[in-house]
Design a binder for this molecule. Structure first.
Ligand code: IPE
Ligand code: IPE
Ligand code: MG
Length: 224
């Protein structure tokens, strides 16, 4: 049976869910937070060590300002409300991506990382203003400026995900079968699951079903 160290999720479908149920994309983003909480619970139950959540891509800046502002306000409120509880539950928070938000949100993110940095039960990586191509370009630039050899190990070590093992499972909800610039380097041998459910409808049972299916897969890594 395969063990699960790291699950990465493209949480897609909030906007469509909100439009369908409340005629408001933002209502979908809000509802999506409930799914985040239940997925964290299952991750702890299954002793998953790393949970990476794609919350905002470098391309999502193309959305209307009002939606972007709502998303960041939602994140701000969520963190202010929950970070102490995360800390108490031995959860570590790490941001993947460049913190280029309001001063208030930047500080909240930095302080949340600081507060939880020694925690060890579950590490939640929040991909925020994250773009995989940018991440790879930045890593190679860093190597270049330090005159270090460009090889796989050095690139991996200079990504936002340095010290984080590659994902075992990648899930994308929202009935869309693409990667949208997420972890392109890290998912070379990740098992990928696409769910037709919109993120606010995705539940613990759906997640556990994927976990059980994953555990039975024969992973070859190029061998036979
Ligand atoms: C994913 O849901 C969340 C973010 C990108 C912030 P979407 O907002 O992309 O929802 P759909 O795909 O439009 O339904
Ligand atoms: C991917 O979803 C990004 C996040 C879930 C944060 P998008 O909705 O932005 O992806 P595309 O634009 O449909 O590919
Ligand atoms: Mg989408």
């Amino acid at each position: 049976m395969n063990s699960i160290n790291h699950v990465a999720i493209i949480m897609d479908g909030n906007g469509r869910w909100g439009l369908k149920n409340y005629n408001s994309r933002n209502k979908g983003h809000k509802a999506g937070l409930k799914t985040v909480e239940s997925i964290i619970k299952v991750s702890i139950k299954y002793k998953i060590k790393f949970l990476t959540l794609y919350a905002f891509s470098t391309e999502n800046w193309k959305r209307p300002k009002s939606e972007i502002n709502y998303l960041f306000k939602l994140l701000e409120n969520f963190l202010e409300l929950k970070i102490k509880k995360f800390h108490k539950n031995n959860i570590k928070l790490k941001i993947l991506g460049e913190k280029m938000f309001s001063k208030k949100l930047n500080n909240l993110l930095i302080n949340s990382e600081k507060l939880t940095k020694k925690n060890s039960k579950l590490q939640i990586n929040l991909a925020l203003n994250y773009g995989s191509r940018k991440e790879i370009v930045n890593a190679t630039k860093k190597l270049n400026s330090r005159k270090l050899e460009i090889n796989e190990k050095n690139i991996s070590k200079n990504l936002y995900t340095s010290n984080i093992p590659d994902p075992d499972i990648l899930i994308r909800t929202g009935k869309t079968n693409r990667l949208s610039n997420f972890l392109l380097w890290q998912i070379s041998y990740t098992e990928i699951f696409f769910s037709n459910k919109l993120w606010p409808d995705f539940n613990e049972k759906d997640f556990i079903k994927i976990i059980k299916n994953f555990q039975k897969i024969k992973r070859n890594f190029g061998e036979i």
